[in-house]
Ligand binder design. Structure first.
Ligand SMILES: [Mg+2]
Length: 421
């Protein structure tokens, strides 16, 4: 067999060149996100996705830095553009480009992206699903049990100030603070009362009454409480053996995370807004969390997320993956999950629209999640063939222009990119 027998006949990887970068704005996947498509001079294209809620500009501004480059040089190009990313949504463009480069390199050489990241540790990826909150604990438990009947073996719910809304004597707050989401937790002055803690315990007890205790059940969205209230609430909820407490406080506060982890007996989790492995270093160094939870579309893409997982593993920390976007980002996440040993579970926010959501990409099973898992594909790149044009139009944001329309205005965007003098 010739060395290039497995290589796309349309492609000579060593001379492949990027010719275009275009975007398609989506809504309902389940939130707003933007697909990017990077085209080449050999007829193959790669896909990526800007983090939900992020601006397409974050990707488009990178186009002039990529035109004429070989997309197979994934790490070299990633290092060229990564200065244009930052935490949370600001990383969306850089991460979308990394996904598309890994997709292209995989398609050019005829291998799955996980193979470019060192090969796989598993052939299917466990998924956990978001489930919208209802105020009644038993009803919430029934909805979670329904998920279990659909095959999900890992669950998440919201437990916090949202459940206590409208109930007297549960929450103490300075004027206006409960309505604001712009003030970081330690500065809100919001506290939870014993009555509030008691009601949340009753809520989780009712949920566990329906789900039983054998299924992992994580908790998120506690509200913008100060650290001391988080510790009191966390200690009270420890009896329910939840899978993790997620984002109880902002990720930047590593010393507070350390105190939280040392004060409760449930795994503490954060990471969905952190950019690059360096962003996790303080949390890992202090052993301040038990579960790292990067979103691949903020963390730096497939290779960087694997590096984050490996660094977490060295510190005795597991890695779960946050994800609330289309099957493009989901499949990029599957690639990283397949290639990272300490991977635990991957999020999905589209379980109630799973068939339609899955149909956005072609060449993979519909529904994409079966028996609570996504099968790791053996097909090249991110694993799907392409996009279904009809389903793409259904998800296209009607106020955002033609999907993948021309972007010539970004061809010569320029600044002096060097970071030293
Ligand atoms: Mg979260």
């Amino acid at each position: 067999m010739s060395p290039e027998a497995n290589v796309s006949t349309a492609s000579r990887p060593s001379s492949l060149k990027i010719t275009d970068l275009r975007v398609a704005r989506l809504r309902g996947t389940p939130f707003h996100s933007t697909l990017i498509r990077i085209d080449t001079d050999q007829g193959i294209s790669g896909y990526g996705e800007v983090r939900d809620g992020g601006s397409p500009t974050y990707a488009l501004m990178l186009k002039s830095r990529l035109l004429g480059q070989n997309p197979c040089d994934v790490d070299r190009l990633f290092r060229r553009v990564k200065q244009f990313g930052h935490h949370a949504r600001q990383a969306g463009g850089v991460c979308a480009v990394e996904m598309a480069l890994m997709d292209l390199a995989g398609r050019a050489y005829g291998v799955p992206a996980y193979q470019l990241a060192g090969g796989r540790f598993r052939d299917r990826v466990l998924c956990y699903c978001d489930t919208p909150t209802v105020d009644d604990g038993r009803e919430m438990g029934r909805r979670l049990r329904q998920r279990m009947e659909e095959g999900f073996a890992f669950l998440k719910m919201d437990v916090g100030l949202g459940v206590l809304r409208g109930r007297p004597d549960c929450v103490i707050a300075p004027p206006g603070m409960l309505e604001s989401s712009a003030v970081m937790h330690p500065f809100t002055g919001i506290q939870i009362t014993e009555r509030g803690i008691g009601l949340l315990c009753e809520y989780v007890a009712a949920v566990r009454g329906e789900t039983g205790y054998e299924v992992p059940l994580a908790a998120d969205h506690f509200g913008h409480l100060g650290l001391e209230s988080c510790i009191r609430l966390g200690r009270a909820l420890d009896q329910f053996s939840l899978a993790w407490y997620e984002d109880m406080i902002p990720w930047q506060l590593a010393d507070q995370y350390q105190r939280l982890s040392e004060s409760v007996e449930t795994p503490v989790c954060t990471g969905e807004d952190i950019y690059l492995k360096e962003g996790f270093a303080d949390l890992f160094g202090r052993r301040a969390i038990a579960v790292a939870h990067p979103d691949l579309a903020s963390a730096g893409g497939i290779l960087e997320t694997k590096k984050i997982g490996d660094a977490a593993q060295d510190a005795g920390i597991a890695m779960a993956l946050h994800m609330a976007m289309s099957p493009v980002a989901a499949m990029a996440s599957v690639q990283a999950a397949a290639a990272t040993e300490n991977f635990l579970v991957l999020e999905n926010h589209s379980v109630d629209d799973l068939e339609r959501w899955s149909s956005l990409v072609t060449g993979l099973p519909v529904p994409l999640i079966e028996d609570g898992h996504i099968a790791v594909p053996e097909t090249p790149g991110l694993g799907f063939e392409g996009l279904d044009e009809e389903v793409l139009r259904e998800f296209a944001d009607p106020g955002a222009g033609e999907p993948f329309g021309p972007t010539g205005g970004w061809d010569s965007e320029t600044s002096s990119d060097r970071l030293w003098s």
